[in-house]
Design a protein around this ligand. Structure first.
Ligand code: FAD
Ligand code: SF4
Length: 382
């Protein structure tokens, strides 16, 4: 690919495929922590009019997760003429049990006694999933480099406790535009082939969005204490809600999500209830709602660095976690046609571009690359 612009703005969202290459080419992550992620699963429902309370927002933490797994839900009664509800579940990708199945946790969550009655009698309209950045301020890389800069969720501007990142994405784009304009207008750059928007990072650090990210910086890592979710809630109540994040220290996340899984032999399998087809659903009927599509003869966009790793490491040690964490059923370990053993089957056409496999594969063996133009989920109404 040849980029001819003097400055290219990279806005790929969380865990961009090009951003990954920029990090390594320009060493942008040398002075920050590894990014920490979550997977967010979301559904849109049309509920019975009597169950719809426009403007109501509910957030929960914990159930059905155990106390050491970070996660929680959101349920928004949309302010629309149609009685629509957007609900979802976010799970920190630093979870340790390879048997954990984020999609099934979400389906189970919908049976909570305070959620199920809202959905009962309604119709599910759409389904989707996407990784999101949870690292916050301590994981933000260098933002500009020769000929470009990173904006929005690409560098990780989402504010974790609010699951909110559209406002910071827009603000960072505005500040990048200002900075690029200054660089292009600088007479010294008149004949330059590329410019670096050198004032962009300072503009971000002087803006309200940096203050918001600073205040929220310790919320996510506080859940790593031995008290798990209870320690995190206590810390968040004291230091974020009451103290407004003014404590002088910054907590660390402690490494990559990909390195957190424990061997399956050290973990308990998780038994999930069967979907009832009314409130909870199976994976394939859910994927059908995403409208995802890829031309069958395009080059693979889910590439393996080493074909032997899935069976020899991911399956043998971790019980094939990609078969659990993928929210679209793309990865399946199927029996070999001849003899004992299994092989990894990749149903790439089902991929909904959430990027979780690229983040959570314990061998870091999966490289998600951008598919041919137009491929991917349709996400109508989401
Ligand atoms: C389940 C869930 C719920 C959320 N709820 C909220 C909420 O209620 N409020 C809120 O403010 N935020 C919410 N967020 C966060 C919000 O979605 C993000 O912060 C925001 O979308 C970031 O915007 P962005 O433009 O940086 O990235 P994105 O919205 O991710 O957009 C990036 C775009 O670039 C495209 N792209 C990626 N790579 C390439 C490439 N190489 N070439 C061409 N195109 C590419 C992608 O397909 C995508 O369309 C939520 C996130 C999730 C996952
Ligand atoms: S294959 Fe990877 S990117 Fe695609 S839906 Fe599954 S986990 Fe997400």
């Amino acid at each position: 690919m040849e980029l001819r612009g003097k400055c290219t703005v990279f806005a790929e969202g969380c865990h961009g495929h090009l951003a990954k290459q920029l990090y390594s080419k320009f060493k942008l992550r040398e002075n920050c922590e590894s990014q920490s992620y979550g997977i967010g699963l979301k559904e849109l429902w049309e509920v019975k009019p009597e169950n719809h309370k426009p403007g109501t927002i509910e957030h929960t933490v914990g159930w059905p997760l155990d106390k050491n797994t970070y996660g929680g839900s959101f349920l928004y009664h949309l302010n629309e003429e149609q009685p629509l509800i957007a609900l979802g579940f976010v799970i920190g990708l630093d979870y340790t049990n390879p048997y954990l199945h984020p999609f099934k946790e979400f389906q189970k969550f919908k049976h909570h006694p305070s959620v199920e009655p809202v959905l009962r009698g309604g119709t599910r309209i759409s389904y989707g999933a996407r990784a999101l950045n949870e690292g916050g301020l301590q994981c933000i890389p260098k933002l500009s480099f020769p000929g470009g800069c990173l904006i929005g969720c690409s560098p990780g501007f989402m504010v974790v406790p609010k699951i909110k990142g559209t406002h910071t994405a827009m603000k960072s784009a505005m500040l990048a535009a200002e900075s690029i304009f200054e660089s292009l207008n600088n007479e010294e750059n008149a004949d330059a082939v590329w410019v670096e928007p050198v004032t962009y990072e300072k503009k971000i650090k002087d803006s309200w969005m940096w203050k918001e990210l600073y205040a929220a910086r310790n919320v996510r890592p506080s859940f790593h204490s031995p008290l798990g979710v209870f320690g995190g809630l206590l810390y968040t109540g004291l230091f974020y809600i009451l103290g407004r994040g003014k404590e002088p220290w910054t907590l660390k996340h402690g490494g990559r999500d990909a390195d957190r899984l424990k061997p399956a032999s050290q973990c308990k399998p998780i038994a999930y209830p069967k979907p009832d087809g009314e409130i909870s659903f199976d994976l394939l009927s859910s994927v059908a709602l995403t409208g995802t599509n890829h031309e069958h003869d395009q080059p693979p966009h889910l590439t393996l660095k080493d074909d032997s790793v899935p069976v020899e490491k991911n399956y043998a040690v971790f019980n094939g976690p990609e078969g659990h964490f993928c929210p679209a059923g793309v990865y399946e370990y199927v029996p070999l046609e001849a003899g004992d053993g299994v092989r990894l089957q990749i149903n790439a056409q089902n991929c909904i571009h959430c990027k979780t496999c690229d983040i959570k594969c314990p061998s870091q063996n999966i490289n998600w690359v951008v598919p041919e133009a137009g491929g991917g989920p349709a996400y109508d109404g989401m």
